[in-house]
Write a protein that binds this ligand. Structure first.
Ligand code: HEC
Length: 110
C-alpha cells in the first residue's frame, strides 16, 4: 500500500514536469521581432509574392493574388510580427522585413 502512494507521487511529479516543459516550448516557438525598414520599398512581384507563395499558400490558398494579400495585409502583418505565423516554419528577419516593410510602405503593386 505504501508503494502505491509512492508511485502515485512520482507520477504526479512527472506530469507536473511535463506540463511546465510544454508551456516553455510554446513560448519559444512564438518569437516576436521588431521590423527594421530601409528607404527602399520591397518589390511585390519580385520579393513579397514569391515569399508568400512559398511560405504561406500551402495552408492559405486565399493569399494567391495581390488583391487577396492586400485585403488581408493588416492581419498578415500582425501575425508575422507576433510570431504566430508562419505556422510550423520560420522566416528570417530579412524575409519578415520584406513583407512587413512592403505593407508599411502602403502595399504598392510594384
Ligand atoms: C502549416 C500551415 C500554415 C502556414 C504555413 C501558415 N499558416 Fe497562417 N494560419 C494557419 C492556421 C491553421 C490558422 C488559424 C489560426 C491558428 O490555428 O493559429 C492561421 C491563421 C492565420 C492568420 C489569421 C487570420 C486567419 O485567416 O485566420 C493570418 C493573417 C495568417 N495565418 C497568415 C499567414 C502568413 C502570412 C503565413 C506565411 C508567412 C502563414 N499564415 C503560414 C496555418 C498556416
Amino acid at each position: 500500500m505504501k508503494n502505491i502512494v509512492g508511485i502515485f507521487a512520482v507520477m504526479v511529479l512527472f506530469f507536473a514536469m511535463f506540463m511546465s516543459c510544454k508551456k516553455k516550448n510554446k513560448e519559444e516557438t512564438k518569437v516576436s521581432y521588431t521590423p527594421s525598414c530601409t528607404s527602399t520599398t520591397p518589390s511585390f512581384s519580385a520579393t513579397v509574392k514569391p515569399l508568400i507563395q512559398s511560405t504561406c499558400v500551402s495552408c492559405h490558398s486565399e493569399y494567391s493574388t495581390y488583391t487577396q494579400i492586400s485585403a488581408s495585409s493588416s492581419s498578415i502583418r500582425s501575425n508575422i510580427v507576433s510570431g504566430a505565423m508562419p505556422k510550423g516554419t520560420t522566416l528570417s528577419e530579412a524575409q519578415k522585413n520584406s513583407i512587413v516593410c512592403w505593407i508599411d510602405a502602403g502595399k504598392p503593386n510594384n
